[in-house]
Design a protein around this ligand. Structure first.
Ligand SMILES: [Zn+2]
Length: 281
């Protein structure tokens, strides 16, 4: 079923756990994500990247994923990830996203505030919510290229930023990156603690792929309520294709291939959901 974004992240924050947010590029992946959430009894967020949404695949992907969420017993929210322009925010809410992550991380503080304020107003008109970013999480959202750590979130500015913008959730930059970590990830927990102190809204961590479970556990304890995972899912997708290509290609068994991809995604997502909320029975 579809539930509001603030309900999903709010419940995670209240329970001192993190909700998993998983990027999909096709419905085999969405089927796998929802199957894992149903099996685990977890809430879940399904992400569509801005680039995927802008492609010809975008609108049908959103429609199909929404339909899958509506049919699912899992509590699910659909979110457009990394919109940098207001026209995309309007198009996203118009297409049925419940939340949009608005990325003003390349702007000055003042321009980031203005962008997120305007996006929040658009969201209000649609009954949707905005996640914003302060600091800059580096790397390419749609590939696994190596990335270095970007500008870190300023704890002193974070509280003011959230008050001024009215955003529902804040993406932090504390040593996390999109894609693949060039060095072993080191998260700045002191910074995270200070951000968590100055911001009452739920905090999100992008670049969850490749961060060791114990590090993620500590981040959750210190206030991370949402973790985005993309790279590990894309790797699982290709691993399933590689593994089953030889056996399925001769008969061109495409339906079976899709099912095996969904199964592999389900297993990967299930493992993440256990990591993000180990206490759930
Ligand atoms: Zn991101």
């Amino acid at each position: 079923m579809i539930v509001p974004f603030i309900e999903v992240v709010g419940r995670a924050q209240a329970g001192r756990r993190a909700v998993g947010a998983f990027t999909v590029y096709g419905i085999e992946t969405a089927v796998g994500v929802l199957a894992a959430a149903e099996r685990r009894g977890s809430d879940v967020i399904i992400l569509v990247s801005a680039e995927a949404f802008r492609s010809r695949l975008g609108r049908p992907l959103v429609d199909a994923t929404r339909a899958l969420c509506e049919q699912s017993t899992a509590r699910c929210c659909l979110q457009l990830d990394h919109a940098t322009q207001l026209d995309l925010v309007s198009a996203g809410f118009g297409a049925g996203f419940g939340a949009i992550m608005v990325d003003g991380s390349r702007l000055s503080f003042g321009d980031n505030v203005k962008l997120v304020q305007a996006a929040t107003e658009i969201g209000l008109r649609h009954g949707g919510h905005i996640e914003a970013e302060l600091g800059r999480v580096e790397g390419d959202e749609d590939s696994s290229s190596l990335a270095d750590v970007g500008l870190l979130t300023d704890p002193d500015a974070a509280g003011r930023f959230m008050t001024l913008t009215g955003a529902a959730c804040l993406a932090v930059s504390i040593g996390n990156v999109h894609g693949s970590y060039r060095m072993a990830p080191v998260l700045d927990f002191e910074r995270l603690a200070r951000v968590a102190q100055s911001v009452s809204q739920p905090l999100s961590l992008h670049g969850g792929s490749g961060v060791p479970p114990t590090v993620l556990r500590d981040a959750i304890t210190m206030g991370i309520s949402k973790i985005n995972v993309n790279t590990e899912l894309r790797r699982s997708y290709f691993a399933a294709l590689n593994e089953h290509m030889a056996e399925l290609q001769p008969g061109a068994q495409l339906l079976r291939m899709g099912q095996l991809v969904s199964q592999r995604i389900e297993d990967t997502v299930y493992g993440k959901l256990v990591e993000f909320d180990p206490a759930l029975r």
